[in-house]
Design a protein. Structure first.
Ligand code: HEM
Ligand code: HEM
Ligand code: FE2
Length: 447
C-alpha cells in the first residue's frame, strides 16, 4: 500500500464480507425451504428471504467494486484520493440504506420488483452515495496519471450509476416496466459491470504477473469493445416474451450470442498473462482467484448463458431452474470470485503484511467453487426435467416441483459447502494466526 487514502478500501471490504456471509446464509435458508416448504412460512416467508439473499448479493458486490476503486485508483493515478471523508460518508449512507432495506423487508415493505425491491428512500440514498462516489473518484483520476485501467473502470462505474436512474422509472404498462427493469438488471451484469470486471482483472494481472502495461491495455480495449458491442443489444434476449415486437427475438439471439466473446477473451487474457508473466508474485491465492473468476465466468455467463439464449430454446426454458443455474454460476464466477480475488490481493497489503493464510484461502476457493459447480449441475438437471415435464408434456407447475425433490436436496447440500467455503474465506482474510505470519517485506517489491 503506497497511499494512506487507500485504507478506506479496508472498511468497504469488511462490510462487503459481512454482507457476503448474510447473503450465502440467506441462500441456504431459501434452499432449505425448497426441501421443506413450510419452514418459517408464517414468520419470514420465502419471498422475503429470497429478497435478502439477492439484495445482499448486489450490495456487497457493489461495495466490493467501490472498495476496489478506492484501492486501485490512488495507485494508478499516483496520488491520494480526493477525499477520504467523502468515501466514509458514502459508506455510512450505504450501510444505513442496507439496514433500512432489510428492516423494511422483514416487516413486509418492499417494491416487489426483483432486485429493485428497496423502498424509495433507500433508492435515493443509493443515488446520493453513487454521486458522492463518482465525484470523489473522478476528481482523483482527473488530477492524476490517467491509465487505461482507470479510464475503463471509471467508464463502467459512471455508466452503472447512471443506469440506476431506471430503477426509479416504473411505468404502469407492464411491457415498459419490464423493459426498464432489464435496462438495470441486464445492462449492469452484461455491459457496465463487465467493464469494471475487465479493469479490476487488468489491475490484478498487472500486479501479479508483471506483464507490460501496454500488453494489458491492448487486451482491455478488445474486451471492452466486444462487451459493449454485444451486451447492449443483447438485452434483447429478455424482450422475447414481454410484449415487445418480434424482431427482438432475432436481435436478442444474435447479439447475446456474441456476448460469449468478451468472457472468452477475459479467460484467455488471464491465462496468457500468467503464462507470459515474468514475476513470481508471492500471493498465489490471489492468482488462483483471478484465474478461477475468469474461468468460471466464461462457463457461467458464456456457456450457461448461451445454453438458453437463442429464442427457440428460451421459449421452453424461460424462467425454469435452468435460469437459476445460469444466474448462480454467472454471478459467482464473474463478480463474486473477482471481488474475492481483489480482497485476497489487497487485504494483506492494507494490513501491511506478507500474504497470509494462503492455504486456507485456497481451500476456500475449491470448497466454494466446487459447491457452486455442483449446485449448477443439480439445477441444470432439475431445469431440464422441469422444461420437459412442464413445457412439453404440459404437467402442472406444482406437480412437476414434487418430482424434483432429490435435486433440491442435493442443491441444499452443495449450498452447505458454499457457506462453509465462504466462512473459511472470511476467517482466512481476517484472522492472522501468529505462527503463520512470515517476516516478509511490507509491500512486495515493484508495487
Ligand atoms: C455466492 C454464491 C451465490 C450467488 C452468487 C447467488 C446468486 C443468486 C441469484 C442471482 C439468485 C436469483 C436467481 C434468479 O433469478 O434466477 C439467487 C436465488 C436463489 N439462491 Fe442463490 N446465490 C448464491 C449462493 C446460494 C446458496 C449457497 C444457496 C443455498 C442453497 C442459494 C440458494 C438460492 C435459492 C433457493 C434462490 C431462489 C431461487 C428461486 O427463486 O427459485 N444461493 N441466488
Ligand atoms: C456475468 C454475467 C451474467 C450474469 C451475472 C447473469 C445473470 C443472470 C440472472 C441472475 C438471470 C435471471 C434474471 C431473472 O429472471 O431474474 C439471467 C437471465 C438470463 N441470462 Fe444471464 N447473466 C450473465 C450473462 C449472460 C450471458 C453472456 C448470456 C448469453 C450468452 C446470458 C443469458 C441469459 C438469458 C437468456 C436469461 C433469461 C433466462 C430466462 O428466460 O428465464 N446471461 N442472467
Ligand atoms: Fe441478459
Amino acid at each position: 500500500m503506497k497511499y494512506q487514502s487507500q485504507k478506506v478500501a479496508y472498511a468497504y471490504f469488511l462490510v462487503a464480507m459481512g454482507l457476503f456471509a448474510i447473503q450465502v446464509m440467506g441462500g441456504l435458508l431459501a434452499g432449505w425451504i425448497y426441501v421443506a416448504p413450510n419452514t418459517l412460512a408464517e414468520l419470514v416467508p420465502f419471498n422475503i428471504i429470497r429478497m435478502i439473499h439477492t439484495n445482499a448479493l448486489i450490495v456487497w458486490l457493489l461495495l466490493g467494486f467501490f472498495g476496489a476503486a478506492y484501492y486501485l485508483v490512488p495507485e494508478e493515478s499516483e496520488r491520494e484520493l480526493f477525499s477520504v471523508k467523502l468515501a466514509y460518508i458514502q459508506l455510512a449512507i450505504l450501510v444505513v440504506g442496507t439496514l433500512g432495506a432489510v428492516g423494511s423487508y422483514l416487516v413486509g415493505i418492499h417494491g416487489g420488483r426483483e432486485f429493485l425491491e428497496q423502498p424509495l428512500w433507500v433508492k435515493f440514498g443509493i443515488l446520493v452515495a453513487a454521486v458522492i462516489f463518482l465525484v470523489n473518484i473522478s476528481l482523483t483520476v482527473l488530477a492524476g496519471r490517467k491509465t487505461a485501467i482507470t479510464n475503463i473502470l471509471l467508464m463502467g462505474l459512471w455508466l452503472l450509476c447512471l443506469l440506476w436512474v431506471f430503477a426509479f422509472i416504473n411505468p404502469d404498462n407492464l411491457s415498459l416496466d419490464k423493459m426498464y427493469w432489464w435496462m438495470v438488471v441486464h445492462l449492469w451484469v452484461e455491459a457496465t459491470w463487465e467493464l469494471v470486471m475487465a479493469a479490476i482483472l487488468g489491475f490484478l494481472m498487472l500486479k501479479l504477473t508483471g506483464v507490460d502495461r501496454e500488453v494489458i491495455e491492448k487486451w482491455l480495449y478488445v474486451i471492452v469493445a466486444t462487451a459493449l458491442f454485444s451486451g447492449i443489444l443483447g438485452t434483447g434476449h429478455h424482450f422475447y416474451w414481454i410484449g415487445t415486437p418480434g424482431y427482438w427475438q432475432w436481435i436478442g439471439s444474435i447479439f447475446s450470442t456474441f456476448e460469449v466473446i468478451p468472457f472468452f477473451a477475459m479467460m484467455s487474457f488471464a491465462f496468457l498473462m500468467v503464462w507470459k508473466g515474468r514475476k513470481n508474485h508471492p500471493n498465489k491465492a490471489a492468482l488462483l482467484w483471478s484465474l478461477g473468476a475468469s474461468t468460471v465466468a466464461f462457463f457461467g455467463a458464456g456457456v450457461w448463458g448461451f445454453l438458453h439464449t437463442l429464442h427457440g430454446v428460451n421459449f421452453y426454458t424461460h424462467g425454469t431452474q435452468i435460469t437459476a443455474a445460469h444466474g448462480h454460476l454467472a454471478f459467482y464466477g464473474a463478480y463474486v470470485a473477482l471481488n474475492l480475488a481483489m480482497f485476497t490481493y489487497a487485504m494483506p497489503q492494507l494490513k501491511g503484511r506478507a500474504p497470509y493464510n494462503q492455504v486456507l484461502n485456497m481451500a476456500s476457493f475449491w470448497l466454494m467453487t466446487g459447491g457452486m459447480a455442483f449446485m449448477t449441475f443439480t439445477l441444470t438437471f432439475a431445469g431440464t426435467i422441469q422444461t420437459h415435464m412442464q413445457r412439453i408434456v404440459g404437467d402442472y407447475f406444482m406437480d412437476v416441483q414434487d418430482q424434483l425433490d432429490l435435486f433440491y436436496l442435493m442443491r441444499f447440500g452443495s449450498g452447505v459447502a458454499v457457506v462453509l467455503g465462504a466462512l473459511l474465506f472470511i476467517y482466512a482474510m481476517l484472522v492472522v494466526r501468529r505462527e503463520v505470519v512470515e517476516p516478509g517485506p511490507l509491500t512486495v517489491p515493484g508495487e
